[in-house]
Design a protein around this ligand. Structure first.
Ligand code: GUN
Length: 297
């Protein structure tokens, strides 16, 4: 038997529909238009594509959507000025500074400058602290999307007592994902590049989340029969014929023969991330308006 495919693309479309609907309600009932401003520094081609996509989807939701493009040689002082302006703009509810930023700018200082209530990336230490202490937090978009796919699969309370292994310990994915799994009462292990006997550990996981950034690093020997596998990886694998294909951190063909359910790459976690950015923007707008209508938490 092969695994069920967790269709993030379809789920994300449904979620976007709900966000658009809630946005229309916020306008009609409260005169509130969620505002998202994305800031990009420099001209990294991949970042340009991501940012264009975020702006396009935000406009589709009915948001006030803006993109601020700054030159590659922008100083940290100038970027912080821009962020302070957005912090003080009541029409802007969500601020996202596309990462990475050029070398002359300290990423940590940028994240700290963003008003935590407008931090739709969920990267500010205030939001990390809120999340780990069980308070209402802006949750980083990728782990929020993963947790929605898991909640859909397991149902309310269905993750309690499960063994979860999070492979990867980044502030953007691994650490917040581990907190979300813990909040669902999973027994959580965070593994990383220095973990010994990684396949043995992974093969104990009822829920395996991979965010490593190495093409197909986790093979069939890492999968427990009946596990639910969430693959956050998005890697380019160069093929012998000179072509390339996108793949995850998990060897999909091997894992699908063993797992109960798995996210594909592409079409799994990826589409959820952008949809959750829209969810977070509505949440931020509700917080700003004192409205108890947040979608995510
Ligand atoms: N660059 C790659 N992923 C992300 C993300 O989730 N947020 C931001 N701000 N930059 C990114």
């Amino acid at each position: 038997m092969t695994a069920d495919i967790l269709d993030g693309k379809a789920f994300a479309l449904g979620l976007r529909g709900m966000v658009a609907q809630q946005t229309a309600q916020l306008k009609a009932r409260h005169g509130l238009v969620p505002g998202l401003t994305v800031v990009i520094v420099g001209d990294d081609p991949a970042s340009q594509i991501y940012v264009r996509n975020k702006g396009k989807v935000a406009a589709e939701m009915g948001f006030l959507s803006d993109t601020i493009r700054l030159a590659e040689d922008t100083s940290q002082e100038r970027l912080l000025d821009v962020i302070h302006g957005l912090n003080n703009d009541p029409a802007v509810h969500g601020i996202l500074v596309q990462l990475p930023v050029p070398a002359q700018i300290d990423e940590g200082a940028v994240i700290l400058a963003i008003d935590p209530n407008k931090d739709v990336d969920g990267l500010h230490p205030i939001n990390a602290g809120r999340l780990s202490s069980g308070q209402n937090a802006m949750v980083p978009c990728t782990p929020l999307g993963c947790s929605m796919l898991l909640a859909d699969r397991f149902g309310a309370g269905g993750m309690a007592g499960k063994r979860a292994v999070m492979v990867g310990r980044s502030n953007l994915v691994g650490k917040p994902m581990a907190q979300l799994l813990l909040a669902e009462h999973c027994t959580v292990t965070i593994a990383h590049s220095r973990t010994r006997d990684l396949p043995v550990l992974c093969a104990e996981a009822d829920i395996l989340v991979a965010a490593i950034g190495r093409a197909e690093m986790l093979g069939g020997d890492c999968i427990k029969p009946g596990a639910v596998v969430i693959d956050v990886g998005m890697n380019r694998l160069e093929l012998d014929d000179g072509k390339a294909r996108l793949c995850g951190d998990v060897n999909f063909d091997q894992a699908k023969e063993i797992a109960a359910a798995i996210t594909p790459v592409p079409g799994g976690v990826g589409p959820m991330t952008i949809a959750c950015l829209m969810v977070n923007t509505v949440t931020a707008a509700c917080w700003a308006g004192g409205i108890d209508g947040a979608m995510a938490n």
